[in-house]
Design a protein around this ligand. Sequence first.
Ligand SMILES: [Zn+2]
Length: 82
Amino acid sequence: MTEEHDLVGFCCEELEDAVSSDPTDALIEHDSGLILLNLGERTEDGETGVVLATIRFCPFCGTEIQTDEDVEAALGDVEIVE
Ligand SMILES: [Zn+2]
């Protein structure tokens, strides 16, 4: 069941339940395999974008789910608004 998620292994059921491919959810599994935290929409210069942040540790159990190297390797695919 988790075969598709070999880049990011889910450490616990809470995380697996919380992560979604729906971009409006709080935790998103990006196409790159990264798990991103959705900080909500922000409008700047008339354009509305979703602010995403990378997370390294599971917010539920504290397990490291992706390393800095994982994040950097995948970041080319992700638009991060700081
Ligand atoms: Zn966890």
